[in-house]
Design a protein around this ligand. Structure first.
Ligand code: FAD
Ligand code: DHB
Length: 385
């Protein structure tokens, strides 16, 4: 079997790449280790930057997103007994975010690929990468082989692509955080119109949403927390303690139907390529989710990679491909910094003493009272051009 681009992973990065390449007449095959049901049900991100929405709409996969997505013009920062709005409409006019579940993006992309006759293989075992410097190929399953001109490693943080690069080629930059997020979905109308990022002495909490009927919440918890130790009553009690801190705010509760724990880390590999292998999305970098950047970075990588592959197949020139990593890393590091900054602003750290806690509150006071500081948050949050 032969294709132009062998894509490993049917997450947002791999699926969008396959879709955009198809629109430019470039063939691809996507190899995914899980089932279609599994990838369509995996609950993760929910915040799409303006640029991500524009990319999906331009690619013809934005109809449902425009119909069902929730456009937001601001977020709330809550701490002490105060809540402050960071108003995108005022600070960065014309740019906003849209709340739309990542698994809905994945469903829309899979449907588009299947309708166009695209080749996505689900439940594929033992994908291995070979001969990355020239004439690359993939093997998988019962001795099947896929010859490619190029391989796109879109297989997330725990995939096989990055570890297939020979030792000594990649440099890894990493920071682990001493906490995790417990994320839940609940059948209850959101108690706020916009996302609430809350800092409390007991840790961070985030109130997000998926629809007028479904709310999404996150709680800062110790690393390695077992979701089984968090029965629904405990989750609601903790969310109320951390969120019901301002007059007039009451958190509505309902049935919790999804719980998971995500470790928090920043991670970047440089370069994001080796020979004819190009890494995109979480395979190349991870951010702590406080800045809502992971999915958006994956989409940004894929935009750059699509242009580079288009140029390569149209002209034979590898110039853009050679510059792929350099072109992506500037945005990747901006997102790393912003995600670290948001995380530091809003979480409690075991190492914090009273001095550290006062610094954090002073930082929040500054962000919520200085238009310049609030604009810095807003322009990073909605996504830099
Ligand atoms: P993935 O979605 O991880 O997809 C990789 C795919 O590769 C998977 O389907 C996997 O099954 C497959 N795969 C792995 N190994 C193999 C193999 N060996 N062979 C074949 N297939 C393989 N980002 C945001 O932008 N905004 C947010 O609000 C946000 N919130 C988040 C909240 C949480 C709780 C979490 C966990 C993440 C959040 N993120 C957010 C990050 C975002 O979900 C990821 O950055 C995004 O999923 C990256 O997409 P990807 O396609 O690169 O990787
Ligand atoms: C969501 C996730 C995030 O990481 C974030 O910063 C904001 C919202 C969400 O899943 O809705």
């Amino acid at each position: 079997m032969r294709t132009q681009v062998g894509i490993i992973g049917a997450g947002p990065a791999g699926l969008l790449l396959s879709h955009l390449l198809h629109q430019r007449g470039i063939s691809s095959v996507v190899l995914e280790k899980h089932s279609r049901e599994h990838v369509e049900r995996r609950v993760r991100a929910g915040v799409l930057e303006q640029g991500t929405v524009d990319t999906l709409v331009r690619a013809g996969v934005g109809d449902r997103l425009l119909r069902e997505g929730l456009p937001h013009q601001g977020i709330e920062l809550r701490y002490g007994a105060e809540s402050h709005r960071i108003a995108f409409d005022k600070l960065v006019p014309g740019r906003s975010i849209t709340v739309y579940g990542q698994q809905e993006v994945v469903k829309d992309l899979i449907a588009a690929r299947i309708e166009a006759g695209g080749d996505i293989r689900f439940e594929v075992d033992d994908v291995a990468l070979h001969s990355l410097r020239e004439r690359p190929y993939l093997t998988f399953g019962d001795g099947e082989r896929l010859d490619c001109d190029v391989i796109a490693g879109c297989d997330g943080f725990h995939g096989v692509s990055r570890p297939s690069v020979p030792d000594g080629v990649l440099t890894v930059y990493e920071r682990a955080y001493p906490f995790a997020w417990l994320g839940v979905l609940a059948r209850v109308a959101p108690s706020a119109d916009e996302l609430v990022y809350a800092r409390s002495e007991r840790g961070f909490a985030l109130h997000s949403m998926r629809s007028p009927e479904i709310s999404r919440f996150y709680l800062q918890v110790p690393p390695g927390t077992d979701p089984g130790d968090w029965p629904d009553e405990r989750i609601w009690a903790e969310l109320k303690t951390r969120l019901e801190t301002v007059p007039g705010f009451t958190l509505a509760t309902g049935e919790i139907f999804e719980k998971s724990v995500t470790p928090m880390r920043g991670f970047v590999t440089e370069p994001m390529q080796y020979g004819r292998l190009y890494l995109a999305g979480d395979a190349a970098h991870i951010v702590p989710p406080t800045g809502a950047k992971g999915l958006n970075l994956a989409v940004a990588d894929v935009r750059v990679l699509t242009e580079a592959l288009d140029s390569f197949f149209a002209t034979g020139s590898a110039d853009l491909l050679d510059g792929y990593s350099r072109a992506c890393l500037k945005r990747v590091w901006r997102a790393q910094h912003f995600s670290w900054w948001m995380t530091t602003l809003l979480h409690t750290f075991d190492t914090d003493d009273d001095y550290g806690r006062r610094l954090q509150v002073s930082h929040l006071d500054h962000v919520t009272s200085s238009e310049a500081a609030a604009t810095t948050l807003a322009e990073n949050y909605v996504g830099l051009p």
